[in-house]
Design a protein around this ligand. Structure first.
Ligand code: HEM
Length: 471
């Protein structure tokens, strides 16, 4: 195994168990400077290997991709939350995972389907801008954007998932249960200790989990049932029928199980994953990007000039400086500082280290994105890096050729929502800058310090003064 601190029985392990890996980032950074770019830590009785070197990550995730594409066996709590690994992100590397992932990618995230949802984005954008105008008018021009961005992204993903423009109260209800489950994810490690007895040891948390799953079922099931009925009574070719992720799940058949359809619990889990995957990650990235746009007035003016009066998303997608600003935001502030945990399918030797079968392994996204060898002055926000002549010109964020940055992971488990996320970020950043001039609320510095929640968020959420550019 790669080197690492000695496992201190019970106490040392308990420290890891009560927090998520992201909460230990400063400590991991120290471990990396002491032991090198690959370290082993011990969680319960299982070793976890953490990789912070891009070449090694490339060797593992691309060259030996199949060996590193599995997920660790889940704790009892994660098994419950994922309904026995029915989600794409928790499924083991195998035919079920392939089927579910292909379904999401081809049925929902293919470019033509994504284009068909442009009117939904326009609808959400109108709401978002109205909300910001209203808040600014009642607050001396000042807005705190975090909650507004989160809710906008949530409405959009709920629509793509269930095919319905729900009332605000209904969306808020779904958002509350999903936020609760995201908070729960951070406490899951505790159930890795003595799995069979942990639900008795931590009875309060376990009961909370059961209530959460019940609440989620009560909210999602009526939406699923109503959609199933609508589909059955649908007249073919009817224009008002908008295809959504749920439709693809209702149609899906599992070849390995004699073509059986997904059951309600499996569908609920996959819809919940769609919402978790696409909302918090994107709204966090949007807030970080806007914080830097506020902090750097010259970047904002250059961006506003490039965007001009353009509103069409397919034309916005061709704006190089807009793309550069979004990429620089994702490089400097990746919403996840680690990917989801991977597991090794067979013992493998890489560069003299032996990683045993079933070992858990993770990759430090933040370390690679901020590597000074690839990115001079890595902490500086400088979108020009991605323009012709810059060190990031033509960067391949899928990391297939080489890894320079990996906000979406790389290899077989790379985020399937990457294209949609980039489109959403470009669309909202462009329109927010086209519509408003953004300044720091207090006229002072924007604080870029971080704090881990489900994603790595701003310790002090962005407060900005906005004024219309149309006056
Ligand atoms: C800025 C936005 C986003 C970021 C930064 C992000 C990042 C990531 C990362 C780092 C992973 C883990 C990769 C690994 O384990 O190696 C992941 C997986 C995943 N993401 Fe995203 N994501 C974003 C948006 C989305 C969207 C919009 C969706 C869907 C609507 C989505 C769905 C998923 C799914 C289903 C997985 C699991 C893939 C698998 O296990 O095969 N994500 N994402």
């Amino acid at each position: 195994l790669p080197p690492g601190p000695p496992a201190i029985p019970i106490l040392g392990n308990l420290m890891w168990l009560t927090r998520s890996v992201a909460e230990f980032e400063p400590l991991l950074r120290d471990l990396c400077s002491k032991y090198g770019p690959v370290v082993t830590i011990h969680l319960g009785s299982n070793p976890i290997v953490i990789v912070g070197n891009r070449d090694l990550a490339h060797e593992m995730l691309i060259q030996h991709g199949v060996v590193f594409a599995d997920r660790p066996s889940p704790s009892p709590a994660l098994r419950m939350l994922s309904f026995n690994q029915s989600s794409i992100s928790t499924a083991g590397y195998g035919p079920r995972w392939r089927l579910l992932r292909r379904n999401l990618a081809t049925e929902m995230l293919n470019p033509s389907r994504v284009r068909q949802c442009a009117d939904a984005r326009d609808w959400i954008l109108r709401h978002l801008l109205d909300k910001l105008r209203l808040t600014a008018a009642s607050g001396d021009g000042v807005v705190v954007v975090k909650e507004t961005f989160q809710f906008a992204m949530f409405c959009l993903l709920v629509f793509l998932c269930f095919g319905e423009k729900l009332e605000e109260a209904a969306v808020r209800e779904i958002e509350a249960v999903q936020q609760d489950s995201l908070r729960f994810y951070r406490k899951l490690n505790i159930f890795a200790i003595a799995p069979t007895i942990s639900k008795y040891l931590f009875r309060g948390r376990w009961n909370h989990l059961l209530q959460l799953l019940q609440r989620r079922r009560e909210i999602f099931l009526p939406l699923i049932t109503s959609r199933r009925q609508q589909k059955e009574s649908r007249v073919p070719g009817e224009n008002s029928f908008r295809f959504c992720y749920l439709d693809s799940l209702l149609d899906l058949e599992i070849p390995e199980e004699e073509g059986r359809k997904l059951n309600d619990n499996e569908i609920i889990t996959l819809c919940a994953e769609f919402l978790d995957g696409g909302t918090d990650t994107t709204s966090t990235a949007l807030e970080w990007i806007m914080a830097n746009v506020v902090k750097h007035p010259a970047v904002q003016e250059k961006l506003a000039e490039e965007v001009g009066e353009e509103t069409k998303e397919e034309l916005l997608q061709k704006k190089p400086y807009l793309k550069a600003v979004v990429l620089e935001g994702l490089r400097r502030h990746p919403p996840g500082h680690f990917v989801l945990p991977h597991a090794v399918t067979e013992e493998i030797s890489v560069r003299g280290f032996t990683i045993p079968k079933d070992a858990s392994i993770n990759f430090s996204v933040a370390k690679m994105n901020l590597d000074g060898e690839t990115w001079p002055d890595p902490l500086e926000f400088r979108p020009e890096r991605f323009l012709p002549g810059g060190e990031g010109e033509g960067v391949d964020i899928t990391g297939s050729r080489k890894i320079q940055m990996m906000p979406f992971g790389v290899g077989r488990r790379i985020c399937p929502g990457m294209g949609l996320a980039l489109l959403h970020l470009e669309f909202f950043v462009a329109n927010l800058v086209r519509e408003f001039r953004w300044e720091s609320a207090e006229g002072g510095e924007i604080d870029l310090s971080e704090i881990p929640e489900f994603t790595i968020v701003m310790r002090n959420p962005l407060r900005a003064r906005i004024s219309s550019r149309r006056m």
